[in-house]
Design a protein around this ligand. Structure first.
Ligand SMILES: Cc1ncc(COP(=O)(O)O)c(C=O)c1O
Length: 420
């Protein structure tokens, strides 16, 4: 449609038209987009009344671990204070020597990377599949050296990363696979396995914005008894409380989950399937629209649990970049942002300026120059090259909320393509 034929009613909100939507959408920052009710209140109250607020004297945290283990069919589950700590437990269980390398994505929360540095290992970045934003197996293979100890793969936005292929690659090379499932509760892989159970270790977050929350919190899962034991010890000062000895078997920290967190998390876990089902039902409908619009696409709907909703763009066909789309969609009342994070993880000062331990720069002092623009071109295209935008997604969206998403995206697409 040419600009001349655009009716007044159809005008973009950013250009003086009427926004499709003015009411706020449910969101994870407050109760509108959280399923927290009297059950959580009762569970927390019971812990407070018991006077047992610490997991070494209470029962909630161990019960939460058992509930999660039953849901995921895994033998070892260790609860901790955050998703970052859950990943730190996993890296500590892998036990790299200083200077060993761990391969990961540059498109994630910093919590995926920081535990690697905290264990004195070197983050090595592999590039991504431009259609999904997930790790590219070929790029990972190219980055493996004789110092590589593990691959840390993120199931970004709740879509399944190619973990079966990565597990075979890791097994061939004799290295370990850590799955970061902070955004991917109940995500399933193409072979129908739960994300988090294909690699050697899986990690989850209970931070405010995740599918389920206890404010903060984390889980590390594994079927390997040695990795499970090391993760558990690292979470609690490497103090073997199952013996009577007061000793510290190696360097560990205090990353214990509190009983208050666990009480909330246990109730939240009973709601998880409903949360994921509702996110999926609505996302599948929106995905049909996204995939039908020339120049736009999203991740495969099968198995995805939709933490956020990514849209990948071919700007030439879509008539605009992620920045253009996000700006116009926000004016129409739908929160959208380009790129997800402002810059790849490897361009943060912690790496580019080796801001680690005092003025040593350890363990990346002699490698900081590797962390520079151009390191992972696809990652950079998605973050700042206009080729990916991300929409909030929520279990409490109504059919009408999804209709508004469809109306806004279709309207913005029609205008931008019409101008091309
Ligand atoms: C993929 C990913 N990894 C790790 C983290 C870190 O989790 P947390 O914020 O609970 O420490 C997050 C979330 O913030 C995340 O989204």
């Amino acid at each position: 449609m040419s600009k001349d034929r655009t009716t007044v009613e159809d005008r973009l909100a950013a250009e003086g038209g009427t926004p499709v939507r003015t009411a706020p959408l449910p969101g994870t920052s407050d109760i509108s987009g959280r399923r927290i009710d009297e059950q959580e209140i009762a569970a927390v109250t019971a812990v407070l009344r018991s006077g047992r607020l610490n997991s070494t004297v209470g029962t909630e945290t161990r019960a939460f671990e058992a509930d999660f283990g039953a849901l995921y069919g895994v033998d070892h589950v260790v609860a901790s204070s955050s998703g970052t700590s859950a990943l730190h437990l996993a890296v500590a269980a892998v036990d790299p020597s200083p200077g060993d390398e761990i391969i990961l994505t540059g498109l994630s929360d910093a919590g995926s990377m920081l535990p690697i540095l905290a264990q004195n290992a070197v983050p090595v970045f592999a590039d991504l599949d431009p259609a999904t934003g997930l790790l590219d197996v070929g790029s990972v293979a190219e980055k493996i050296t004789d110092r590589t100890k593990a691959v840390l793969v993120v199931h970004l936005f709740g879509a399944a990363a190619p973990v079966e292929e990565l597990r075979s690659l890791c097994d061939d090379k004799g290295i370990l696979l850590i799955e970061d499932c902070a955004q991917a509760y109940l995500t399933t892989t193409p072979s129908g396995r739960l994300a988090g159970t294909v690699g050697h270790l899986g990690c989850f977050s209970l931070q405010q914005s995740k599918h389920i929350t206890a404010g903060d919190g984390g889980l590390t899962i594994t079927n390997d008894p040695d990795l499970g034991r090391r993760a558990r010890l690292f979470m609690d000062k490497a103090w073997p409380r199952d013996t009577d000895e007061r000793t510290h078997l190696f360097l560990g920290l205090n990353y214990r989950m509190t009983e208050l967190q666990a009480a909330v998390a246990r109730v939240q876990l009973t709601k998880l399937q409903g949360v994921v089902d509702d996110r999926r039902r609505n996302a599948n409908r929106f995905a049909e629209t996204v995939n039908s619009l020339p120049g736009l696409s999203t991740v495969p709907t099968e198995g995805t649990s939709w933490w956020l909703f990514p849209i990948f763009l071919d700007p030439a066909t879509a008539g605009g970049t992620a920045e253009d789309y996000a700006r116009l969609m926000r004016a129409e009342g739908i929160g959208a942002g380009p790129g997800y994070i402002g810059q790849p993880l490897y361009l943060n000062p912690v790496l580019t300026q080796a801001r680690t331990y005092g003025d040593s720069g350890f363990p990346i002092a002699d490698r900081a120059s590797e962390y520079a623009p151009g390191l992972c071109p696809v990652t950079e295209d998605l973050i700042s090259g206009g080729k990916m935008m991300v929409l909030q997604w929520n279990e409490n969206y109504t059919e009408a909320d999804v209709d508004d998403h469809i109306a806004v995206l279709t309207k913005v697409h029609r205008h931008l393509v019409g101008r091309g």
